[in-house]
Design a protein. Structure first.
Length: 312
């Protein structure tokens, strides 16, 4: 019998785990001729998440879990789940029920029967989010698509069911600095999109602040695009041409009319402007170098502190 592994990254999800478990079990009972397992990845939670997972595993042997030694981030948790998963098909879901379990039968059908390699949920709106956060998210997806030339549509999240072939392709990408939305697009494979309406969390608080979202967006751009370096080079060329034109124009004007070169304020503004540009270019280069530096260390993507009896 084929198996479906449901991978659930968790970080401080104590309040919602029971609701999530019961809802998913209710839906998966309708999946005929398909064995299912629930694999939870506790990403260094500070609340009672791990205790809840121990209890679930005791009452249901189809449940297994990994617990990290600290918070490594959702990207690492998803990688760990895919690496640990035994299923012929794998689906990644959030524990907060913002990824509707009701879509699972359609996802399974798309990959098992319709010939797709992946079936993913496509969020249609951002109901419940703040206006600033929504604007930031929409802008980011527009920018990264233009910079990376890869398919990363607004609303396309981590909720997706994949074939074993696609999972193995993702696992072959072993970089330390992981941006899974980009990796999903990078490996390719044919994807069917299922639209769904956004819902608020069933319980608990979101772990994503504007600051963390900005950092996540920056990681995505640096991981899948070299456009910032090209922009820095273009700015350098433009400033060089402008300074050359300005210098020649000033020299010719002085020779023809004998006017003294003046403008203390202008000089100060230009110096500050050029220094600002230099610092910006240096920070862009530094960001890429730091990413390469972290990769060269070859540190583990995650460290497991505890694993259930059913986990490898």
């Amino acid at each position: 019998m084929e198996k479906l592994t449901i991978i659930v990254p968790c970080y401080n999800e104590e309040e919602v785990l029971d609701d999530f478990y019961h809802e998913v079990k209710r839906v998966t009972e309708s999946l005929e001729s398909l064995e299912t397992e629930l694999l939870f990845i506790d990403d260094g939670s500070k609340d009672g998440t791990l205790s809840k997972l121990r209890a679930l595993q005791e009452q249901d042997r189809s449940v297994s879990y990994l617990a990290f030694s600290r918070n490594f981030g959702k990207e690492s948790a998803m990688y760990a789940g895919l690496k640990q998963a035994k299923g012929d098909y794998c689906v990644i879901m959030d524990a907060d029920l913002q990824h509707p379990p009701a879509l699972l039968p359609q996802m399974v059908q798309a990959v098992r029967e319709e010939g797709y390699d992946c079936c993913a949920g496509l969020r249609q709106d951002r109901h419940g989010e703040g206006k600033l956060r929504s604007l930031f998210s929409r802008t980011f997806y527009k920018v990264i698509q233009k910079m990376s030339h890869m398919e990363m549509a607004d609303g396309a999240g981590d909720y997706r069911l994949m074939s074993r072939q696609m999972v193995e392709a993702i696992l072959s990408c072993q970089e330390y600095n992981r941006y899974m939305k980009g990796i999903f697009s990078f490996v390719g494979f044919e994807t069917k999109w299922l639209p769904f309406e956004n819902v608020e969390r069933a319980a608990g608080q979101t772990k994503w602040s504007l600051r963390s979202l900005f950092g996540y967006a920056l990681d995505g751009i640096l991981s899948f695009s070299t456009t910032p370096i090209t922009i820095a080079a273009v700015m350098g060329v433009i400033l060089f041409v402008l300074s050359l034109v300005y210098g020649i124009g000033t020299g010719v004007h002085t020779l023809l009319y004998g006017n003294q070169v003046s403008g203390y304020t202008t000089i100060v503004c230009l110096v500050l402007f050029l220094n600002g540009i230099q610092l910006l270019v240096m920070s862009i280069l530094g960001a890429y170098i730091s990413k390469n530096y972290m990769e060269s260390k070859q540190r583990p993507i995650y460290i497991v502190k505890e694993r259930s009896a059913g986990a490898k």
